[in-house]
Write a protein of this length. Sequence first.
Length: 73
Amino acid sequence: MSLDDRLRQHVREHKSGMLYDLMFAVVWVALVGFLFDFVFVGAPRWTFYMFMLAGIPAYFGFFWSLELARQAE
């Protein structure tokens, strides 16, 4: 099986999950960018990077809580 075939198969199997991941990343980066362009204008640059890094636990926390809510139904 070629790399092309494996990539197509992976995308076919995980299409919606990959779309949700991309949407979360775009929204998170846009939100942090907005906050530091208009709200935290004078904040040090390292805080911007810390907010970006906070997207990693935010991602897992969001989807974990979403999964718990689905199981509770």
